[in-house]
Design a protein around this ligand. Sequence first.
Ligand SMILES: Nc1ncnc2c1ncn2[C@@H]1O[C@H](COP(=O)(O)OP(=O)(O)OP(=O)(O)O)[C@@H](O)[C@H]1O
Ligand SMILES: [Mg+2]
Length: 532
Amino acid sequence: MSSTIHQGAVQARQPAGTSADFAISMKGITKTFGGVKALLNVDLEVERGEIHALLGGNGAGKSTLLKILRGVQSPDAGVIRVGGEVLAEHSTEASRRAGIAMIFQEMSLIPTLSAAQNIFLNREPKTATGLIDDGECRRQARALFEEFHVAIDPDELVGNMSSGQRQLTEIVKAISQRSKILVLDEPSSALTETEVELLFGILRQLKNDGVAIIYVSHRMEEIMRIADRATILRDGRYVLTATMAELSLDKIITHIVGQEGRNLAMPQRGVSQTGEAILELHAASGPVKPIGVDLTVHRGEVVGVAGLLGSGRSSLARLVYGITPLASGSMRVKGEAVHLNSPAEAIAAGIALIPENRLREGLVARHSVASNICLPVLDRLSRWLLVSTERAGKLVNEHIVSLKVKTDSPEASMLSLSGGNQQKVVLAKGLATLPDILVLDEPTAGIDIGSKTEIVTLIRDMAHANKAVLLISSEPSELIAASDRIVVMADGRLAAEVAISDIVSDEGDPAERLQNAQQRLQLLIQKVNAND
Ligand SMILES: Nc1ncnc2c1ncn2[C@@H]1O[C@H](COP(=O)(O)OP(=O)(O)OP(=O)(O)O)[C@@H](O)[C@H]1O
Ligand SMILES: [Mg+2]
């Protein structure tokens, strides 16, 4: 890293002591939204040159605490110190001046601008005559991408990027401000494994330069690897701060969940009856991917779809849901040939999709929780064109309860929900159409470790209710816990298939069986990619 630009950030690491020694000290932070106590007397202290994990279940208050630090929201009570100085003014400008940069859970880049334009938005380098210097902007952006080994063209429009590239641009934008404090709220949810490695490399580099880093993620393996210390919140309250050496995974989960928690284990799945073929794809291809897919899914069956990012899993989901039409091959639903031209046609055929990107495809952010859940089923709920409010209310409440959506009321705006709770509403919305075929694309992204098991159980319940489920997931543990068989995609094609009984042994401790099966699945994914 070039030392000239970074001089301001290089500081010797100091031992913890008074709050003056901390890069950040937040004390007694309280914040209420209407009747909801989002935070109650919460403390967070972060040292220079430390990667500090902020952990807690969905709705625990993590994003709220960080938005207060970034000046997006003001606390009702509490004191924030940055490098020992009290941060008296609560505004984004004051926080930025104090050296705080943040990567939000929901992305903030402008799709119609290039990577370089986004990075320097509102602080563009100017020419001698005061005009925006596009060439200089591009040059500096290129230098930044090179410095952090990110292979992105500065001229690429953000709208054309993959979600991982967008996330990396957002990260480079934040670090380009050479801040002393960098806050990342679930930065890795859109990243591939290689991109996560790249991000960790960047974070270590910044840490060595004395930057204080706050990192939020629901992926516990990442936390165990990258963090030095962690602070855990539960229901808006401070639980503890400890070094990672003092915390085991089990302890962390117990503190997050608030009781003896369990990591995802093999559920007692019972024997689900596999019935007639309900979804059949024959040599099915999309415009680009997937290519020539032959796949039959039966009633009562969960088929997991594994593969690396870009292997064509989401394209397969979009094909089945009518977002992209079949380019060649055929598709049958309940024995009848279909040619779906829209999601509406797919819903009518009994298919539902829970998409990967919740805010872009899954939700109307400005609407209430209730109207989002009801949106796709207005037909079923309406009599003589009037929506039966009683039936709608019942449907909404059932789903809010079964998925444990943490919301003040069904009428609350989606924007008032925490990230993980928004994801649960996307799930409820898909289930509300009472589909025969449910396609799930990364259903637990952003969902806390306590709720993951509930979602796996819900997927098994769908199978027991004689539905068919196609489950796309990048988490091997989730695929193994939920699926009856797993297909592996590589380069748009189905490259392998295994029955769950082939990779899970019958004997041994459940956690160990899950872990061994996970390794076998990962090896299989590697193998089909090595064969190309
Ligand atoms: N603008 C708002 N209006 C009303 N309530 C809000 C608002 N922002 C947050 N809340 C509530 O505050 C609580 C904490 O939310 P927060 O987003 O901080 O959780 P989180 O820990 O980041 O969760 P997740 O892991 O799901 O992202 C939740 O109950 C949420 O519904
Ligand atoms: Mg959050």
